[in-house]
Design a protein around this ligand. Structure first.
Ligand code: G1P
Length: 297
């Protein structure tokens, strides 16, 4: 299983109801952690992992995502004309451009689930395994979680690799959970996954975080996948159906993960990055949130 991972899929069509009213006009993927929108962290992570094609599965009401992601030459020209060359260069550095990057936007008109969102990208993927990044899950490195997964994918000997972490028993109902068969350092061997099980039914406490490297056969499974938990077409179910054929492994990434789909997770991520920013760290110290030696109080 040493094929190169060339494609990344970003499912960004969700309505973001958990963050209303903030997400009424602003897509949740554009909510900032400090000064950078969530989607940008995911894009940077994918680029660091050597991804060639980026596919965004979006919704017609979320045009702002495309405006953020793609280069805006007019804005850069205006900034340069006003002497803000540094800012213009910074924007150019992080933006994707049709001339230099391989970017595709596809629309998922109906909220039929994560599995359905991934299936929407099928006609646009490059040959080989595909990466999937859920921008709600912010994972701070180094190393970037996806690049770590990609470098371990070959030695895992499994077609499907999912990022995992251990969660308290009470939290299994929020995640896909692995049915673990063996542990080998960062690699967690598994023979299946269950979507959001109640604690008493959970096969383990090894929960899936929003990073996947999946064998290309996932699209065949998804095409015939029936709705599962919550009446949605679940990626978890399609992964499980392919396990016997391609194998499944969990990967314990080294970075720190924040659930930015929740207020508390957003705040925790913001504080984490603020503590690393000189100006913000001063404020946190004066508020007593951060000890003078820069450790969280
Ligand atoms: C999705 C997946 C779930 C996974 C989670 C990670 O759920 O369905 O298996 O554990 O992402 O964040 P969601 O959080 O979109 O409900």
């Amino acid at each position: 299983m040493s094929e190169q991972v060339k494609t990344a899929i970003f499912p960004v069509a969700g309505l973001g109801t958990r963050f209303l009213p903030a997400t009424k006009a602003t897509p949740k993927e554009l909510l900032p952690v400090l000064d950078t929108p969530l989607i940008q962290y995911a894009i940077d992570e994918a680029r660091e992992a050597g991804i060639e094609r980026l596919i965004f599965v979006s919704h017609p009401s979320k045009q702002a995502i495309e405006r953020h992601v793609m280069d805006d030459a007019r804005l850069r020209a205006t900034l340069s004309a006003r002497g803000k060359e540094d800012l213009a260069a910074e924007l150019e550095e992080i933006a994707l451009s049709p001339a230099e990057d391989d970017v595709v936007f596809v629309m998922q008109e109906k909220p039929l689930g994560l599995g359905h969102a991934v299936l929407c990208a099928r006609d646009h993927v490059l040959p080989g395994p595909v990466a999937i990044l859920l921008p709600d899950d912010l994972i701070l490195g180094p190393p970037g979680a996806l690049s770590e997964m990609v470098s371990n994918y070959g030695r895992s000997d499994a077609g499907h690799m999912v990022a995992t972490m251990e969660v308290p028993a009470a939290d299994t109902r929020k995640y896909g959970v692995l049915s673990v068969t063996a542990r080998d350092g960062q690699l967690i061997r598994a023979d299946g996954m269950v979507e959001k099980p109640e604690p008493e039914k959970a096969p383990s406490r090894e929960a899936v975080v929003g990073r996947y490297v999946l064998d290309a056969s996932i699209f065949e499974e998804l095409a015939t996948q029936k709705p599962g938990a919550g009446g949605e077409i679940q990626l978890t179910d399609a992964i499980t159906r392919g396990v016997e054929r391609v194998g499944l492994v969990g990967f314990r990434y080294s970075g720190k993960r924040f659930d930015c789909g929740t207020k508390v997770g957003m705040l925790a991520a913001t504080l984490e990055l603020a503590a690393q920013d000189a100006e913000c760290a001063d404020l946190l110290q004066s508020l007593g949130v951060l000890a003078p030696d820069n450790q969280a109080a």
